[in-house]
Design a protein. Structure first.
Length: 86
């Protein structure tokens, strides 16, 4: 069964939206002592989705057992967290 959730924000840093989406995703937790920074270069992620650019950007990140899809359209960033359950 595929489980997913989606989070959106306007004019927010991509790393913040990703972190919020992961925190809200039922059943996800970072390994003890780990944070988002252990899996993703958050400065690079934020620069990629810099709100001053006018581009549609989409990337996927595999973090633990979930896939995180980050999309930017105009000034809105949406993050979808998907888990493939057996």
């Amino acid at each position: 069964m595929k489980v997913s959730s989606e989070t959106e924000a306007v004019r927010a840093k991509a790393s913040v939206v990703v972190l919020e989406a992961l925190e809200e995703f039922e059943g996800f937790s970072f390994p003890l002592g780990s944070t988002l920074y252990d899996f993703v270069d958050t400065d690079a992620l934020d620069a990629l989705f810099d709100s001053d650019r006018e581009a549609n950007t989409t990337i996927q990140l595999d973090i633990q057992e979930v896939t995180v899809t980050v999309r930017e359209s105009a000034d809105k960033i949406s993050v979808r967290v998907t888990d493939e359950e057996e």
